[in-house]
Design a protein around this ligand. Structure first.
Ligand SMILES: Nc1nc2c(ncn2[C@@H]2O[C@H](COP(=O)(O)OP(=O)(O)OP(=O)(O)O)[C@@H](O)[C@H]2O)c(=O)[nH]1
Length: 347
């Protein structure tokens, strides 16, 4: 049987993460997305994470939608290891077309990206969207005060592929502009919409967002500045687009699909170790992390690989049970299609 790349793509279950500070409107957005899927006859499942032991928000979610509740800790730290298992169970039991994760407001999205991509080692999932709901008025208040909470809000904004700036009804025109400017300094890429009760177009939650063409890629690539380590402070913001005029909006929405932070590839079979290493060494610097499991055809052995800070490491493994041959790439604004092509050529 030949398994082509396309078939593989279709086998991955898209995951969309809804991030954002406490009380920003994540549940409000989640409900809209659920209705959106319902209208399109798309079967969704949800993972909800709460710091407390009761899922209050979950009470307001449609009963028909399968939900995994992860309570009593934050998926980005204390119960992070459970996320993969929860996802696996949810997917196996309900076979959804798509999974939505609502994280706690305290979660650092970088850690969740890590946890979801770890899960990709044993289930076919692909983290496609990080939609960050920003509490507009709260962001302004926090920006004047600084501190750790503000830092977390900044991280959530930096890592977003889509930004929903909510509670616009509580901002005057000058504040609306100030909020947008603040956000654009942190993330010049993600399309941004100002909303009241998260009322916005939801195409970022579509099942297969369009990948960028090479031309779009080059254009974005040229503008890319917000550095690889989006967690780090004091990175260079020079050249980041600041505010977008209204005319840019359609263009911006188009580019939204171009913003990618993770890409998961499932190998159809063993690959040559030299070609694999060569591919990794040629990764653009926008890809700052990769990990996975590969089987090498030339040595007939299986390895866990880790790539970080441009260093590649292998650990020989003999996994118990079924584990996929898979590679997960994490980074900012790199081209999924270029990478997919190169990986396909390995086979
Ligand atoms: N004024 C105003 N209130 C809003 C808006 N969107 C949501 N709210 C209110 O803000 C509160 C929090 O909304 P949620 O959607 O529960 O926010 P959340 O991010 O899920 O909250 P946590 O799960 O507690 O982190 C609710 O009382 C909403 O009714 C908005 O655009 N304007």
């Amino acid at each position: 049987m030949t398994i082509n790349g396309h078939h593989h793509e279709q086998n991955k279950i898209p995951i969309h993460l809804i991030s954002g500070f406490l009380g920003s409107g994540k549940t409000t957005l989640l409900n809209r997305v659920i209705d959106y899927y319902k209208a399109a006859d798309i079967k969704a499942a949800i993972v909800m994470n709460e710091l407390g032991d009761v899922n209050l928000d979950g009470q307001f979610i449609d009963d028909d939608v399968p939900m995994a509740e992860m309570l009593g800790g934050c998926i980005c730290c204390t119960i992070r290891g459970d996320l993969g298992l929860e996802l696996k169970q949810l997917i196996e039991e309900h076979q959804p077309d798509v999974v939505l994760i609502e994280s706690t407001g305290a979660a650092n999205p970088m850690e969740i990206i890590d946890a979801v991509t770890e899960a990709a080692l044993f289930i076919r999932v692909d983290l496609q969207t990080i939609a960050t709901v920003v509490d507009g008025p709260e962001l302004l208040v926090r920006s004047r005060r600084g501190g750790r909470t503000y830092k977390l809000m900044q991280d959530q904004i930096r890592c977003a592929t889509d930004l929903i700036v909510n509670k616009a009804d509580k901002l005057n025109p000058e504040e609306l502009i100030e909020v947008q400017q603040l956000i654009r300094e942190l993330n010049g890429y993600a399309p941004l919409t100002m909303t009241v009760r998260c009322m916005t177009e939801l195409n970022m939650f579509d099942l297969s967002p369009k990948d960028h063409t090479d031309a779009e890629y080059r254009q974005l690539h040229g503008k890319h500045v917000c550095g690889a380590n989006c967690r780090l402070e004091g990175h260079d913001h020079e050249g980041v687009q600041h505010s977008h005029s209204h005319d840019d909006e359609s263009q911006e929405a188009h580019a939204s699909h171009a913003h990618v932070m993770s890409f998961t590839h499932y190998f159809a079979g063993p690959v040559d170790s030299h070609s694999f290493e060569e591919l990794i060494s040629r990764l653009p610097q926008e890809v700052y992390r990769a990990k996975g499991i590969v089987t090498f055809s030339d040595t007939n052995s299986r390895f866990l690989f880790q790539y970080a800070y441009r260093e590649l490491e292998f650990t020989r493994i003999t996994p118990q049970g079924k584990v996929n041959d898979v590679a997960v790439f994490i980074g900012e604004h790199f081209s999924r299609s270029l990478l997919a092509q190169e990986l396909a050529q390995l086979q």
